[in-house]
Design a protein around this ligand. Structure first.
Ligand code: NZQ
Ligand code: ZN
Length: 388
């Protein structure tokens, strides 16, 4: 491991079919007023809403509801929630849903006692919160983002067509997260595979970076990539496969709880491009990443053949001793492409609504953003055109 790092993750995880049993005891750590934040109604359809209300009522909590958090949660929805939350002043925000609901809960928590505009403070100037934080608990219903065990909170400003993420510190990580793979069984197929690719790409963003070719972060990452690749295929074949879905759920959490990025520079340019695509089209997050990935990684290969060869070997079993390192790396990208197709992922940005005349602007916006090897604006345009 190169350099110095700090690792601290305060989120308590309760995992498995009985994990909701932990909620009652957790509630005793917080005051009376609970703000229940959720999405468009899937939690009602699967019966989870009723179960949660029952547990909150039996614990004699005062329940306030903030429903309707949409995928790619918007700034206007944040303003709407803030009006309510400022009146209620909750003791705990209980976020029940996918990444959008949990991200939203974090942005809300950071902003309740903040006088400044949250977009300007957290999403333009990227300042840290310096007012009271309301603790968050999470009940996760969809695998992918890792929001259940990190500080990420992505918000879309529809007016300016910008989608930005703020990575908050540990005080905004969920204090506890309940992960029951059974809740994810009702996730629509399109969302399921998008979530699987989101987690896969989080690992790629952390793996393809750095000069250190022998570090434990990469070794863990390759194992998680392999697990998501294999269990993703099992889930596509049979979405009700509990073992596959539970492996995907835990691997997705581990993919972005900051562990595997330790000692690494990290990339995140695929995510910057994905957010720029999503800001213009409201496309599903994971699909924006799969749509850009093949051309992106084809361009990246020349900067890091060794790492690509290991990706081919440990994730896709490409281990032919007659191959040169470069041949192995290239064969890995072919296998990666086949996997994207087998997973029914979107592999073109035009399929998501991006048109040729948007490309220059996206390349300008993302050029110089993070980026392991800082592609020039011209190379970014090439990547985007190849992804059309
Ligand atoms: O709104 P409801 O009715 O709940 O339906 C949701 C939504 O339509 C549905 N869904 C979720 N669980 C379900 C279900 N439907 C049936 N049964 C269930 N059990 O799925 C749809 C998508 O949900 P959403 O929460 O939007 O998906 P996801 O978890 O992929 O979250 C995406 C958001 O997270 C951000 C993305 O940018 C995007 O805004 N990200 C957050 C990150 C973080 N916090 O670190 C990192 C990621 O890279 C990502 O940027
Ligand atoms: Zn992501």
């Amino acid at each position: 491991m190169q350099g110095n790092f700090f690792f601290y993750n305060p989120t308590k995880i309760y995992f498995g079919p009985d994990s909701l049993n932990a909620l009652n005891a957790e509630l005793s750590n917080y005051g009376q007023r609970i703000l229940l934040v959720y999405g468009g109604g899937s939690i009602k359809k699967i019966g989870l809403y009723d179960e949660v209300i029952k547990i909150l009522s039996n614990a004699n909590k005062s329940i306030f509801e903030l429903p309707g958090v949409m995928p790619n949660p918007t700034l206007n929805k944040l303003y709407e929630g803030l009006e309510l939350a400022r009146k209620i002043q909750p003791d705990l925000i209980l976020a029940v849903g996918g990444g959008s609901v949990i991200d939203y809960a974090k942005a809300l928590s950071a902003s309740i006692y903040e006088k400044d505009d949250p977009w300007q403070k957290f999403y333009v100037r990227y300042e840290e919160p310096n007012t009271k934080i309301t603790p968050i608990g999470a009940i996760l219903t969809m695998s992918g983002t890792g929001s259940e065990m990190n500080g990420g909170a992505v918000i879309t400003n529809e007016e300016t067509k910008e989608k930005h993420g703020h990575v908050f510190g540990a005080e905004l990580y969920p204090r506890f997260a309940i992960l029951n793979p059974l809740y994810t069984m009702s996730v629509p197929f399109y969302q399921m595979v998008a979530g699987i690719y989101d987690a896969f790409n989080h690992l790629l963003e952390q793996y393809f970076s750095g000069e250190d070719n022998n570090n434990v972060s990469d070794d863990i990452t390759l194992g998680l990539l392999r697990s998501i690749k294999n269990n993703g295929l099992l889930a596509v074949k049979n979405p009700q496969d509990y073992i596959a879905r539970s492996n995907i759920m835990w691997a997705s959490t581990l993919a972005l709880n900051t562990l595997v990025g330790k000692g690494k520079k990290q990339d995140w340019l695929v995510h910057a491009l994905g957010h720029a695509i999503s800001a213009r089209t409201n496309a599903t997050h994971g699909m924006t990443l799969s749509a850009i990935s093949l051309p992106y990684y084809r361009h990246l290969l020349k900067y890091d053949v060794h790492r690509f060869a290991n990706f081919a070997k440990y994730v896709f079993d490409i281990d032919d001793s007659n191959y040169s390192e470069k041949e192995r790396a290239l064969a890995g990208l072919v296998a990666f492409k086949e996997w994207l197709v087998d997973m029914h992922l979107v592999t073109s940005i035009s399929a998501l609504g991006i048109k040729d005349d948007m490309i220059d602007e996206i390349a300008r916006e993302c050029g110089g953003k993070n980026g392991y090897c800082q592609f020039s604006a011209d190379e970014l345009k090439e990547i985007l055109r190849e992804a059309l």
